[in-house]
Every structure is written in C-alpha cells, then in structure tokens.
Design a protein around this ligand. Structure first.
Ligand code: ADP
Length: 254
C-alpha cells in the first residue's frame, strides 16, 4: 500500500530477449503532472502501457491508488487478477494516444458517451449532458454531431481527451498526444492539457514538447535505455541536468 497515486517499484519488461525496462522506480502523487522524456526506444510508451495493463510486466510491481495492478497478493502469493478486476482497474485510468483512435462511424458526442453508457451503465441523458460539458471544456461545444473525418487532427485529439475524461479517471496518461499533428494544431491540444493540469488532474505525459514540459510539469523524468536516468523539477532536469545522457538528449531536442 502507498499514499502515492502511482507507485512503480523495480519494474522490468522484456519482449523476448529485448529488455525494454530494466528496473524503473517512479511515483506520482495526486494532482501531480509528470512528464516522461527520453530518446525514442527508451521504454516510455511501454511504461505507460504497463500502468494501463495493455502489457504485462516481467518483474516488479505497480500500484495505482494503493491497489496492485494486474496481480493480487493473497497469503503472500501473487495471483493474476480476473478480467473483471482488470477492467475495473483500467476504468480508473484515461489514456490518450498518439493517434486519436476515435470510432469513425460515431459522432464526437457518441464517441464520448460510449464508455459511460456501456461500461458504467450511465443513463443516456446523464452521459449526454456530461459529454456536452466535456466538449465545451475542450472548446468543441459546436462540434458534438460531427464525425471524426469532419474534424481536424487537433479537434479529434481534443475529442479523444474528452472521451478519456468522461470516465472520470483518477489518472490520465498521454502518449505523445501531439506528435501526429500538423505543427499548427499542436498548440490547441497542449492548451487543453494545460487547463487539465491547472485543474489538478493527475497526469503522466510522454512528450517531446519541451516548452510544455518546462511550463506545466511538476516533475520531469528523463529515461534512456530502459532506466530513469534523472528526475526532478523542470528547472533541475531541463536547465541544470547532472547526467551526461540528459545533456546529450537536451542538446539534440532544443
Ligand atoms: P519509447 O516510447 O521511449 O519510444 P517504447 O516503449 O515504444 O519506447 O519502445 C521500447 C522498445 O520496446 C523498443 O525497442 C521497441 O521496439 C520495443 N517494443 C515495444 N513494444 C513492443 C512489442 N509489442 N513487441 C516487441 N517489442 C516491442
């Protein structure tokens, strides 16, 4: 048990012989915004996918809200959780991907109400009202009845964020949410994420947007080669990095 919202201890993950995470420790407290930075292939996405149980870890433990993810401990032994249990745990976490993954044949509104109605059994009018509020929050109140193909990439990504929020998650995971967007659309998505951060949403954000990391995150974690190389406040990590690998990375992306 822990008082952190997320606590990862000595997490390892291998795909066959490829050891992608080699003992990652990370905590996230309620209300914190943590940016994960690092070169491509350093294991950032895999780490998010482990938290959301889209992958199964090879070793170590992850707790979310004090509850072990994926396995449960009984009489000192670990057991794989039942599917229903895993679905319940996943419903506490919202995830936004690089690609927007909206249902193409559903409107923006229907995309947002789908999970609350199907998974949470929310009454349709309640789900609809909540979805309209969320669309307003991401600046798309007038796009409720548009289909994804009728929306720009930035608008689709904002719908995807609203869709994740509709499940009222305790934690939001963002996996390079702006990297598939045309440059002129990046700002509108980052603005929504900035608002969420300001409202106290707990977020883990994998990003290459250094400006966002610097301004919005409470903590920056730099990963390389499957380990956390350095972490601290944005100022510590981005302006006064102590590790050579962090300095090399920063000199390339700045
Ligand atoms: P990052 O997000 O930092 O770019 P990733 O977590 O996406 O890093 O990838 C880390 C490594 O894991 C890469 O070498 C990648 O090829 C490998 N990897 C990721 N997912 C899989 C998978 N499903 N099967 C096999 N290898 C994978």
């Amino acid at each position: 048990m822990s008082e952190h919202l997320v606590e990862a201890v000595n997490v390892t993950k291998a795909f066959g012989d490829n050891v992608v995470l080699q003992g990652v420790d990370l905590t996230v407290d309620p209300g914190e915004v943590v940016c994960l930075l690092g070169p491509s292939g350093s294991g950032k996405t895999t780490f998010l996918r482990l938290i959301n149980q889209m992958e199964i870890l090879t070793g170590g433990r992850i707790w979310v809200g004090g509850e072990l993810i994926g396995v449960e401990e009984r009489n000192g032994r670990l057991y794989v959780r039942k599917d229903r249990d895993i679905a319940r745990q996943r419903s506490r976490i919202g995830m936004v991907f690089q690609r927007f993954n909206l249902f193409p044949h559903k409107t923006a509104l229907q995309n947002i109400t789908e999970a609350p109605i199907q998974v949470k059994r929310m009454p349709k009018p309640t789900a609809r009202k909540a979805a309209l509020d969320l669309l307003d929050r991401v600046g798309l109140a007038d796009r409720a009845d548009y289909y994804p193909a009728q929306l720009s990439g930035g608008q689709q990504q904002r719908v995807a964020i609203a869709r994740a929020l509709a499940m009222q998650p305790e934690l939001m995971l963002f996996d390079e949410p702006t990297s598939a967007l045309d440059p002129e659309l990046v700002g509108e998505v980052l603005a929504v994420m900035r608002d969420l951060a300001k409202d106290g949403t707990t977020m883990i954000v994998v990003t290459h947007e250094m400006g966002f990391a610097r301004e919005v995150s409470d903590r920056v974690v730099f990963m390389d080669g499957g380990v956390v190389v350095e972490e601290g406040t944005p100022e510590q990590v981005l302006l006064k990095p102590t590790q050579e690998r962090t300095r090399t990375f920063l000199s390339r992306v700045k």
